[in-house]
Design a protein around this ligand. Structure first.
Ligand code: LMR
Length: 394
């Protein structure tokens, strides 16, 4: 059997990560994979995480199995962070997963098991792994327009036009904030219109939230998601702690199922537990405990919030500086949208050939669809990148 196995299609993001690592040039610049980097180019362990880990190390007496859904305290702390008071907690089922990707995968699988005919609607474009997992699971998928290549903002009329074909029982995948790969987010009134449409059709919203706190703030970034869960009778939410707690390799995520009524919660919880058991049994616990420790301790929480805010403001500053440097070197406001986007990513909207040229000539690495990770810039590299974009893309 093993001698018959062929190569798999390459993951666009991981491919760039590997290309960057194997480039011997000293002055290469990594704007590829979505990890936060500080001004020194380091992805640091957050201070609050260090403290939480130390406390955990001192206090933890056992590493025996948790429950299939992970530690209930983690689910509760995350429920409150993500959903706030948007829905009655008695309607909320949740299970810890290996990272946000684990939550996405479990959510899709839940849909496949419970509603095998459902079509999952994804934004065009979306995080490539959404599409890849749906294909892997053999699920039906359709795209809705999302990004206007001219304005580099959300094509809201196009989105609603496409979602007019939504069917009852279909699933609409939305990015909670900091849309990946475009950086263009829905406005509050647009969230409400999408939510109302999904509710009217009787479809199920699924929200992937991987960057809460990276856009406009922890609470602000959850506004759209909360609008949806308030307006629809049920919802799935895949939440990641990788980025906002900087614990990428700990694989810490949560899948939330908001049941239509409190008396349907236990069925949803049982389904989430069962899925975990089939796929990996017990979810990873270390990262979940760090997050819980931080969220329930007011001092640690305040420290985490201020670090997260530092990161957010740093990315916002980089956006503004890159947009103005590009205005200076190109003499036009063509790249002004970079300052309007939110989160780690902006899609430049240039061809894969130009992206490759930037890599070859200037050692600037971004994803082939021209998504760049703003957090990969710093004061030294920003003018170089602006020059490279100007030379290659104008
Ligand atoms: C990204 O989009 O770069 C991150 O979410 C990392 C990943 O797993 O693709």
């Amino acid at each position: 059997m093993l001698d018959r196995i062929n190569e798999r299609p390459k993951d666009r993001i991981l491919e760039v990560m590997n290309l960057f690592r194997s480039d011997p040039r000293e002055h290469k610049i990594d704007l590829g994979v979505g990890v936060y980097r500080n001004a020194e180019g380091v992805t640091p362990v957050m201070r609050a995480v260090k403290t939480a880990e130390r406390k955990l190390w001192e206090r933890q007496e056992t590493k025996v199995y948790t429950g299939l859904a992970g530690d209930p305290a983690f689910a509760e702390a995350m429920r409150s962070l993500v959903l706030g008071d948007a829905v009655d907690p008695l309607r909320v089922a949740a299970a810890a997963t290996p990272g946000g990707t684990g939550a996405v995968r479990q959510a899709f699988e839940l849909v496949r098991v419970e509603n095998p005919g459902a079509t999952v609607w994804v934004s065009n474009p979306t995080w490539p792994n959404h599409v890849s997992i749906l294909r892997h699971l053999g699920m039906k998928m359709r795209e809705y327009r999302y990004f206007d290549g001219d304005t580099r903002s959300v094509d809201f009329p196009g989105m609603m036009e496409d979602l007019a074909a939504l069917g009852a029982g279909d699933v609409v995948l939305l990015h909670g904030c900091c849309h990946n790969p475009t950086g263009a987010d829905l406005k509050p009134a647009e969230w409400q219109a999408v939510a109302d449409h999904i509710a009217t059709i009787g479809a199920t919203p699924m929200i992937d939230i991987a960057y809460q706190g990276f856009g406009d703030g922890v609470e602000e970034d959850a506004v759209g998601l909360r609008t949806v869960v308030r307006s629809c009778s049920e919802a799935l939410v895949a939440a990641s702690c990788s980025k906002n707690f900087g614990i990428y390799r700990e694989r810490t995520g949560l899948l939330i199922g908001v049941a239509p009524r409190a008396d349907r919660r236990s069925g949803v919880q049982a389904a989430l537990n069962h899925l975990n058991r089939q796929n990996f049994s017990f979810p990873p616990d270390h990262g979940a405990r760090i997050v819980t420790e931080i969220l329930v301790d007011s001092g640690l929480r305040a420290e985490w919030m201020s670090e997260l805010e530092e990161m957010r403001l740093c990315m916002l500053g980089l956006r503004e500086r890159l947009a103005s440097e590009l205005q200076r070197v190109t003499g036009s406001n063509r790249f002004g949208f970079i300052a309007e986007h939110r989160g780690m990513f902006s899609r430049l909207g240039v061809s894969p050939e130009r992206v490759e040229r930037m890599r070859e000539r200037h050692g600037v690495y971004m994803i082939g669809d021209s998504r760049m990770n703003i957090a990969g810039l710093n004061d030294d590299t920003l003018p170089i990148v602006a020059q490279a974009i100007s030379e290659t893309c104008t």
